[in-house]
Design a protein around this ligand. Sequence first.
Ligand code: NCD
Ligand code: ZN
Length: 346
Amino acid sequence: MTRITLPRPDDWHLHLRDGAMLSGVLPETTRHFARAIVMPNLVPPVVTGAEAAAYRDRILVAMPEGATFDPLMTLYLTETTDPADVAAAAASGLVKAVKLYPAGATTNSHSGVRDFDKVRGVLEKMAEIGLPLCVHGEVVDPAVDIFDREAVFIETVLDPIRRATPGLRVVMEHITTKDGVDYARSQGDDLGATITTHHLIINRNHILVGGIKPHYYCLPVAKREHHRLALRAAATSGEARFFLGTDSAPHVDPLKECACGCAGCFTATNTMSLLAHVFEEEGKLANLAAFASENGPRFYRLPVNKETLTLEKTASAATWPAKIETGAGPVTVFDPGFPVFWHAID
Ligand code: NCD
Ligand code: ZN
């Protein structure tokens, strides 16, 4: 197969930032994607419905000419989040999910949750109205090795929260382990899991062997090869619970290429080419539509896009800029480290 047409894909986990960075990176997503779940970890975070409405307006103002793109907004869960505000923001159609960051787990997560008892009321309200909780699934206990933080989170935080809140719909965001894949598969259809493009391509060796590669550092950090293989099998399986969330997370190069570099891989530009390559390698191109275009809307109870995106394989390798120049500074595009012959036809 050298040509494949999908319903236009959506990105179920995306960082767009704000201001000059937002204007710089937004066209990279709107070129191929119809919708995205927009992460709320701005500084300060997007906590209330009013803040989400204002952020959505800023995204719409930054839209490139002629683009049709629907930013799906999320609220950042804090220990003082008001269940009634969440319910009103969901009822109006503005907000499609609430994001749980354990405090300190990742970029701009210090306002996140420390004491899970304090968010009981919000979670119960969300279970009642069917609003999904998107979870950054890593514990922050300094005693837990960074490569084990996802597996420990599933057992000690995620599973207890779900048992205590029957009916709560949860998305395990950017799973990076076989443990995550196995847990998702063992549960019912109130649990979904997103998988990023880069976690299908790199393992932890890519970050560390032959010198530190700051542009391969993200959170959750890439794990051992057998985890990557489990993610590949899950993503390409066509199973309804697994869908694309790129976690494309732009940081300007000076903040990545320094003594304490930020976490995040920027994949908005080349994700669809890379996914076609990965799915073809796995002999599963026919399941790319499920992963990138169909399973996500089904979980979020939204229609699959009517528009399409065509990907074509040619003899010449796809090219993309090494960096996107944004008003905030240069952002390096994720480099898979191998040539890719699939092109998205805009
Ligand atoms: C994200 C960011 O930069 O906002 N970074 C990352 O490595 N993925 C935060 C996140 O999703 O963890
Ligand atoms: Zn993220």
